[in-house]
Design a binder for this molecule. Sequence first.
Ligand SMILES: *Cc1c(COP(=O)(O)O)cnc(C)c1O
Length: 449
Amino acid sequence: MSNSDWMARSLAHVWHPCTQMKDHEWLPLVPIQTAQGPWLTDFDGRRYLDAVSSWWTNIFGHRHPHIVAAVKAQLDQLDHVLLGGFTHEPVVRLSEKLSAITPAGLNRCFYADNGSSAVEVALKMSAHYWRNHGKPAKTRFICLNNSYHGETLGALSVSGGGMYRDAYTPLLMQPISVETPDCFHRAPGEAWEDYTRRRFRDMEDALARHADETAAVIVEPLVQCAGGMRMYHPIYLKLLREACTRHGVHLIADEIAVGFGRTGRLFASDWAGITPDFMCLSKGLTGGTLPLAVVMTTDHVYEAFYADYATQKAFLHSHSYTGNPLACAAALATLEIFEEQDWHARNRRSGALMWTLMAELASHPRVADVRQQGMILAVELAKNPRKREAYPAEERRGLRVYQYGLEHGVLLRPLGNVVYLMPPYVVSDEEMAQICEVAIQGIEHATQN
Ligand SMILES: *Cc1c(COP(=O)(O)O)cnc(C)c1O
């Protein structure tokens, strides 16, 4: 069976995510047969370097031997069991470990099987906490413009506008939206920290005005990933933690994309030294092997639900595959890989190399910004960088970079006009050089005429 056979069979029955299916009349699907480390191989034997970690999940490369062995061993013991009324070794050990490594005070783990569901859990838990505390009016949420928290209706409600959301607006909750601290919009010469502090005033105003009706503020710490890898200074998180406490509003840190070392610390919240009331984790949690998500929260929140059954204070939320043993075993193995060597030191080196190789683009006539946070580097293409005039979306410049990348053996998947690198932590210097070379040539190619 060749690529074209699988392509045809896939198009006959598989409705692919995040895709206008008609595009595949001219844009080939890529059927992948095998993967190893940062490499994907298709059915025609072509190889692609996975520079986006398969949608940001695959932090230690594909089929990491330690994770593969752990999942195989678990499969010989226990495949799945319901987590209501039952428990098992991998979920206990994983919860102990997560409690130990997440910011101090996050000792309670509630599981789901994807990021959007984790966001739903955090939103519901927060509002339910206030109800249990005799404040049932606190049902709204404050979110940042340009944010992304997932695709289910609750998660989509607290996400910024745009294509993902617009078609569903009539179905969604009405959040309180606050201007993003995204430093792309800072004045020329303005320091990131100054801009971020300036932007925080909008959040302070929103909290002052809406605290009585607000359950929680939800943010993506440091990097708004799906919103185009837009970045801000950690001072925002420090100010936000302090203000949320002062106004009696929960803070939800959605670390689904930035958790597990991506920003240069194990968790992005660590840059600000804060403990959110809820932390959502998924994506890198299992090293990109199996779906799993968790909401970490405090003993204080947990205790608000801990009461006699008849008081009806319990958190009655569940998913069938909650805490699946195979996924928990993969997550434990992933955390063990972190303990094996100093990945932050390695990533500091890889990140510095990535910057060295990409920095020349800062002076490119069609590049408005090159920015980096740890193992995320983003290049913002623009029609007129000086005026910050974006390319019209229908020109699909990013898609040209995607096509160029595939033709040259690198999987890049730009977000609109933003070309980003988010490689697995295991890429070698040579592989990093290859990724950067193809990205630069792809940008050159996509911005001609
Ligand atoms: C990917 C993502 C989600 C949604 O996770 P899924 O597993 O795709 O549902 C939520 N929040 C952030 C910040 C994400 O990057």
